[in-house]
Design a protein around this ligand. Sequence first.
Ligand SMILES: [Zn+2]
Length: 119
Amino acid sequence: MKPTKNRVYCPDCGRTKMLFEEEKKALNFIKFNADSMTEECNGKVPTCAYFCMACAGWHLTSSDTAMACKSPTERILECHERQKAAATRNKINDVITRTHVKLSKTDEYIRNIDILADS
Ligand SMILES: [Zn+2]
């Protein structure tokens, strides 16, 4: 059976895909139709469903890895979040380094005052 219902053009994937309102419906569809619908996933048997932010619904995919079960938009957002977190870590490390330098100079200043006080 070639599925023809629920097909929409997905701007995220740049091609027509099946769209389900609920994950459960997408997974049920896989359960009962996967063997007959390999073309939905480029010749592979669909094995999992992922939420597509662009379509606000669920598509099917052949890969069951966590990353493949995310929409392209979701992957881009996660990548952006990781880059933001890395930039924040770099800023924090920079502040820590500059603080260590200032503390070291302050220690040296205090040692010099102690030397002057003792003399
Ligand atoms: Zn989509």
